[in-house]
Design a protein around this ligand. Structure first.
Ligand code: FEO
Length: 384
């Protein structure tokens, strides 16, 4: 794939992966992107996952048409991109490795060597000329590891954005960008909104025509759309007005309340209502929804004087990613000493700027007249 006359795609599609980063299901696989900038000197931008050594080296060979690369630029040391540094060095022993100081320290830990005879250490604002193409390196700590750099090619106006603007899904599949980019962003980079904001600020000073991320498609048009979404996500603002109901139910009584609440929210004109059964859905999708919409209802049972485990896990995912700026409502169920609301509120004390619905729903085993009225009141309040 040709990106510009001098920049070629040399990445790979992984359709066999079971869990990305050991936890995310990726029904359409994932791409590990890598690029070759072909000039008087040749730079390879990042390597790929360990399982794709031969395919990647073959892609380099084909793209370079008999020439050898001069540099391997390592923007990020997570193994989905760095695993083949060693195989690159074996194939091209004359090439230099361009990376941040922290990356070389990580290489020592990963590979037992920091390639001291090949190092070109770069930091904020450093440049590398390939001939016609001038690369400027921009530090992007915690997007999504501390050593990350991104690279701007001022000749073709390309931003190589590391994990930023990445997405789940291999490149041989056509699917909506935002859906799988959001699940990727919230799950993987969501905790680091402040750092993403800092990177966006730096990027706003650059004239960018093309974004080349390490996962997902190369972005060539309507870049404002992607930049706006990243700004919304990284500033923890809701993307859409709507209510997401996240619940667990042991015998179906809490589920009945959730279904009734959904019906009443819709009857009251709520623009969008989404329901996730936390024991059965993809947890990353539920977490994505929580960050996407403006309001959330947490419905769960009291369990071992605590809450049902899937709800505990879910709330932990929210608070560790800096969940804020949302309205939260509660439905609790308990057959003898209901205390789920107290536990959930306690867990959410780690979050800031949440507003709580005045109406709560308390179920004592099964819905009754009182709890039905509470559901009505909550539906009205959330739709106002
Ligand atoms: Fe795609 Fe943070 O690695």
């Amino acid at each position: 794939m040709t990106i510009t006359s001098d920049i070629k795609y040399i990445g790979v599609n992984d359709r066999n992966i079971d869990l990305f980063e050991g936890q995310y299901i990726v029904p359409n696989g994932i791409a590990y992107n890598s690029y070759a900038i072909i000039d008087e000197k040749i730079a390879i931008m990042d390597s790929v996952d360990a399982n794709f050594k031969d395919e990647w080296l073959s892609n380099i060979k084909t793209a370079l048409d008999g020439r050898n690369p001069d540099y391997l630029v390592v923007q990020h040391m997570e193994p989905d991109h760095s695993a083949n540094i060693i195989s690159f060095v074996e194939a091209y022993p004359e090439a230099k490795i361009v990376s941040s100081k922290k990356s070389f320290e990580m290489m020592k830990n990963f590979f037992g060597t920091d390639f001291s005879d090949k190092q070109v250490v770069v930091g904020e604002g450093d440049t590398l000329s390939l001939g016609k193409h001038n690369l400027t390196f921009v530090t992007a700590p915690m997007v999504h590891w501390p050593e990350v750099i991104v690279t701007y090619d001022s000749t073709d106006k390309v931003l190589f954005s590391a994990d930023g603007f990445g997405k789940f899904g291999a490149l041989d599949v056509k699917e909506d960008w935002a859906c799988e980019a959001r699940r990727y962003y919230i799950g993987i980079v969501g905790k680091y909104g402040m750092q993403v904001q800092a990177l966006l600020k730096k990027a706003s000073g650059l004239d960018i025509n093309i974004i080349c991320p390490l996962h997902g498609p190369v972005l060539t048009e309507n870049l404002g759309y992607y930049l706006d979404l990243y700004n919304t996500w990284s500033s923890y603002q809701p993307e859409e007005e709507g209510v997401v109901i996240a619940y667990t139910s042991v015998y179906g009584n809490t589920k009945k309340a959730v279904i009734k609440l959904k019906e009443r929210l819709e009857a009251n004109g709520c623009p969008k209502v989404t329901v996730n059964d936390l024991a059965r859905c993809d947890m990353a999708e539920a977490v994505e929804d929580a960050f996407r919409y403006s309001k959330i209802v947490l419905a769960t049972t009291t369990y071992n004087a605590d809450i049902f485990p899937f709800m505990r896990e879910f709330i932990n995912h929210l608070t560790e990613r800096g969940f804020k700026n949302r309205t939260v409502a509660f439905i609790e169920n308990g057959s003898w000493t209901p205390m789920a609301v107290k536990v959930m509120k306690g867990m959410l004390e780690k979050s800031v700027n949440l507003s709580y619905a005045e109406n709560e729903v308390k179920i004592l085993s099964a819905l009754n007249e009182d709890s039905e009225k509470q559901l009505d009141a909550l539906a009205k309040e959330l739709c106002n």
